[in-house]
Design a protein around this ligand. Sequence first.
Ligand SMILES: Cc1cc2nc3c(=O)[nH]c(=O)nc-3n(C[C@H](O)[C@H](O)[C@H](O)COP(=O)(O)O)c2cc1C
Length: 227
Amino acid sequence: MNHPASHEAVQAILNRRSIRRFLDRPVSNDVIRDVLRIAARAPSGTNIQPWHVHIVTGDARDRLSNAVVDAARKGLRCDEYAYMPARLKDLHLARRRKVGHDLYDLYGIQRHDLPSRKEAMLRNFHFFGAPVGLFFTMDKYLLAGSWLDSGMFMQNVMIAAQALGLSSCPQQAWCEYGRLVHEVLGIPDEQILLSGMAIGYEDTSADENKLRTERADVHDFTTFHSL
Ligand SMILES: Cc1cc2nc3c(=O)[nH]c(=O)nc-3n(C[C@H](O)[C@H](O)[C@H](O)COP(=O)(O)O)c2cc1C
């Protein structure tokens, strides 16, 4: 790379990873407000800033975790929207399987041990031990452009958090229990839940945080058009 890879913005982007075990160390509301203030500089088409954020900590966090873990154990899914098509193309399926296998290997879970995989998955609903959970929503009547805007905002949240010494894990898993998240947090029906996100301080001793995901080479996903 010709540009300085030591640049703080580049470092925050390169160092961000999805973290799946957090320390039991509180994060102040002021720091969360700072992260969101920075993140809200995200661009959005015609600057409509479609995002809302619902923040859960303390008792509200525990109440939500208990309700969703209970529903998940009973198999009471209530999906907010379809994140993935029912069938993925081979290339996408292979990437999805790779990250899943790598993660279960770090957890020490055999690939065919479905009960243990389910238990590991349920850790999502404890925010992987993070003290703060964020829920990103936007007005339901908005269209695809606002999903794009909201994704940029979410990425900004993760990069700003990283720059301020925090770690994160985006969590679409919560949307599998979207109706329940709405109910417990009193999120208005005119808002759609896009994703959850755990925020906190990384437990650097945890095996699952050793996951380093792969990326395709630039030439695999680019086409330069010059003539
Ligand atoms: C919108 C979105 C939703 C995600 N949902 C989950 C989730 O529910 N649980 C989880 O453990 N990881 C989730 N991830 C994390 C991805 O697995 C992760 O970003 C990917 O494997 C790349 O790894 P990295 O974030 O460490 O670079 C999600 C990521 C995104 C962008």
